[in-house]
Design a protein around this ligand. Structure first.
Ligand SMILES: Nc1nc2c(ncn2[C@@H]2O[C@H](COP(=O)(O)OP(=O)(O)OP(=O)(O)O)[C@@H](O)[C@H]2O)c(=O)[nH]1
Ligand SMILES: [Mg+2]
Length: 203
């Protein structure tokens, strides 16, 4: 079973992507194993709508730990198992809250262990900021490090928003050579390509 880490800046849409992509893969409820940055581990079960309400937020730094979902997905005559791990969002500056800083450190530690990395970037935000230079150092660093370790794709999210189209162009130019998969986690679009990528590299 391959472990797939969902990583990216705070508010990029990682958690909504996790929930809606899991639904696309056939999950009807979610059983999450949650590991906090202090090492404590607990389980939490949600219906999909409740998970969106409880775990997704317009305010950045909602997720402060690793949230892992194990999925068994029927494929032909076999069943494939995959672990998707959502992580605490990263930011450019040193955050004022210690819990947020610890959670970010935990995300970066986990990056070293991940079998596959899905790097979520908010394409609409990139579109707002315009130039290639506007891509933050955090995203550039992830894109430099993660592909050396294993399968890696950039998920250009929020493609339902108007500025995301130009953001997508900037992302493709900036990360030339890396696979870029445009999605809308909100509208559940682009998931077929993500699923193909994940299955191609899962074993
Ligand atoms: N329009 C639009 N909004 C989205 C999309 N994906 C996520 N959002 C919104 O973006 C905000 C952040 O979503 P989250 O899934 O909580 O983002 P995150 O990356 O997990 O954030 P942290 O846990 O804080 O790092 C929420 O208000 C979501 O509803 C999308 O595809 N389109
Ligand atoms: Mg989150």
């Amino acid at each position: 079973m391959r472990q797939c880490l969902i990583i990216g800046k705070a508010n990029a849409g990682k958690t909504l992507f996790l929930i809606n992509f899991a639904e696309y893969l056939g999950a009807r409820s979610l059983r999450l194993s949650v590991e906090r940055s202090d090492g404590s581990v607990s389980d939490a079960s949600f219906g999909l709508a409740d998970a969106r309400k409880a775990l997704v937020d317009a305010v950045p730094h909602k997720t402060l730990g690793l949230q892992t979902l194990t999925l068994s997905v029927p494929r032909g005559k076999t069943v494939r198992r995959i672990q998707l791990t959502d992580s605490a969002g990263l930011s450019e500056d040193v955050h004022e809250t210690i819990d947020v800083r610890k959670a970010m450190a935990q995300t970066l530690r986990h990056l070293r262990l991940a079998g596959m990395v899905l790097h979520v970037v908010d394409a609409s935000q990139v579109g707002q900021e315009g130039a290639v230079e506007a891509m933050g150092e955090v995203d550039l660093q992830i894109a430099r490090y993660a592909p050396q370790r294993g399968p890696y794709a950039i998920i250009a999210n929020k493609m339902d928003l108007p500025l995301a189209k130009s953001g997508l162009q900037t992302i493709v130019q900036t990360f030339r050579g890396q696979p870029v998969l445009p999605v809308s986690a909100l509208e559940k679009r682009g998931f077929r390509e993500v699923r193909s990528f994940v299955w191609k590299h899962a074993y």
